[in-house]
Design a protein around this ligand. Structure first.
Ligand code: IMP
Ligand code: MG
Length: 179
């Protein structure tokens, strides 16, 4: 285990099983369709790569980068798209892949922006869903885990850009935040 990690919340094996289960659900729901997986950078790149490989569908992939300014552990609600997609999504089934749904402000903003481009549908697939109140009735259509309201890192999720490479999801030691 990494020296800065206090405890493991979800192990690599638990994550892998949950990701395969969600991929199977998406494969069933989108049978005969060709969805566009929209990976939200940077946090969801590891989840997206495992999830998409576990689906058995013809599909496409694109990437959008958004930033929600705030301090390192609390999102501010001010969202800026730093990299938009070039794919024309009119008439397409879009599945947004996100690492964690917290207040829902980030996904609420992205979903609204995408809907203006007239896709056939927009669904949200998140690795983690924090048990906190959501803005704008945002909810996950697919999720791997519910998680208590605490800050986690690993499997793509960062703290100040670190720890994304950890193969598990864990909680940082308190002293890391005061460094
Ligand atoms: P929301 O807009 O409040 O839903 O925030 C979602 C974004 O905040 C995610 O895409 C993450 O980048 C970040 N975030 C929220 N909670 C955590 C966490 O526990 N660990 C790492 N990043 C988090
Ligand atoms: Mg982040």
């Amino acid at each position: 285990m990494h020296k800065d990690i206090e405890s493991i919340y979800y192990s690599a094996d638990e994550i892998s099983a949950a990701v395969r289960a969600v991929a199977a659900e998406i494969t069933r729901d989108y049978a005969g369709k060709n969805p566009l997986f929209l990976c939200i950078l940077k946090g969801s790149f590891i989840f997206a790569s495992d999830l998409i490989r576990a689906t058995e569908l013809d599909s496409r992939v694109d990437f959008m980068e958004v930033r929600s300014y705030g301090n390192e552990t609390v999102s501010s609600g001010v969202i800026t798209v730093t990299k938009d997609i070039k794919t024309d999504i009119a008439g397409r089934d879009v599945i947004i892949i996100e690492d964690i749904l917290d207040t829902g402000r980030t996904l609420g903003y992205i979903k609204k922006m995408l809907l203006e481009r007239k896709p056939a549908s927009v669904k949200i697939c998140t690795l983690l869903d924090k048990m906190v109140e959501k803005a704008d009735n945002v909810k996950a259509d697919y999720k791997c885990f519910d998680i208590e309201n605490q800050f986690v890192v690993g499997y793509g999720l960062d703290y100040a850009q670190d720890y994304r490479n950890l193969p598990y999801i864990g909680i940082l030691k308190k002293e890391v935040y005061s460094k």
